[in-house]
Design a protein. Structure first.
Length: 267
């Protein structure tokens, strides 16, 4: 997965860790880098000793489930999934945020074992471009759940999505070494779709790169790159006739921040 701790969740629950790449959004996954560095490998590992953690958190929390892996990876057995969801059902004072790049297994498991999924467990899919959005979002919308959400991060291209039965959308750029830039119009278009559909929108961050017209004094700090509206590579802006290109500057994710058109979107 691609999420680091953020202010839309305040506790993590990691009964499993590890994953394997499934699409180009995985290519520079921070979780994979973290596990490789601090755990020695990125394979899927189960942690039964962590299963009961939510039962001991007395204060109600917003909990991101398995931020260092994919709960619906094929290497997570059904019996272990049953234990994870049993704890989430038991400790129902918390709100659990579940995210996968494998909605087919999420659909089959939820439909058989937990139909419908209760409102304190939010089910989401991650998509980085139009191809993955077209593949994963329709499956998510079929899953019997009270809350469906989208993580369009790292956003690597424009996305038009049917937001019917989608209750929340999070967008963000890529972070870390080798991070790929994001065209600002991709973010604006998704925000506009959310506003039109009445769906809450959360802009998490620009990632490592920021549009040149928003960089200010930070423009002196990093290298520049051109990114095309259609998401295809741009060698030089002159090669992009009849295409919209944006100059972006690498300033680091802290300096890039998360303001879009002069404000933060924290819906």
């Amino acid at each position: 997965m691609s999420h680091k701790p953020g202010d839309w969740w305040d506790k993590s629950y990691s009964p499993i860790e590890g994953c394997t790449p499934i699409s180009k959004g995985c290519n520079r996954c921070w979780a994979q880098s973290f596990l490789r560095r601090f755990r020695g490998n990125t394979g899927v590992h189960l942690f039964p000793e962590r299963l009961d953690q939510p039962l001991h958190w007395r204060k109600a929390r917003t909990v991101f489930v398995a931020p260092l892996g994919d709960l619906f990876h094929d290497d997570v057995p059904n019996w272990f999934l049953a234990h994870v969801f049993a704890r989430m059902l038991q400790a129902h004072r918390h709100t659990y945020i579940v995210l996968t790049k494998r909605p087919e297994r999420m659909e089959s498991w939820i439909t058989v074992a937990l139909n419908p999924c209760p409102p304190h467990i939010w089910l989401g899919v991650s998509a980085e471009d139009q191809e993955r959005a077209d593949e994963r979002i329709p499956i998510l919308r079929r899953i019997p759940a009270a809350v469906h959400w989208l993580s369009l991060e790292p956003l690597l291209g424009p996305i038009r999505a049917d937001l019917t039965d989608i209750e929340w959308v999070v967008v963000g750029g890529e972070t870390g070494p080798g991070a790929r830039p994001m065209h600002p119009q991709w973010v604006r278009d998704i925000r506009n779709q959310c506003v039109a559909a009445g769906v809450p929108f959360w802009f998490k961050s620009w990632g490592e790169w920021i549009p040149s017209d928003q960089a200010g004094m930070s423009a002196r700090l990093g290298r520049t790159e051109w990114v095309a509206l259609d998401g295809n590579p741009v060698d030089i802006p002159g090669s992009a006739l009849n295409r919209q290109v944006q100059l972006v500057i690498r300033v680091g994710h802290k300096r890039a921040g998360r303001r879009l058109d002069g404000r933060e979107w924290n819906q």
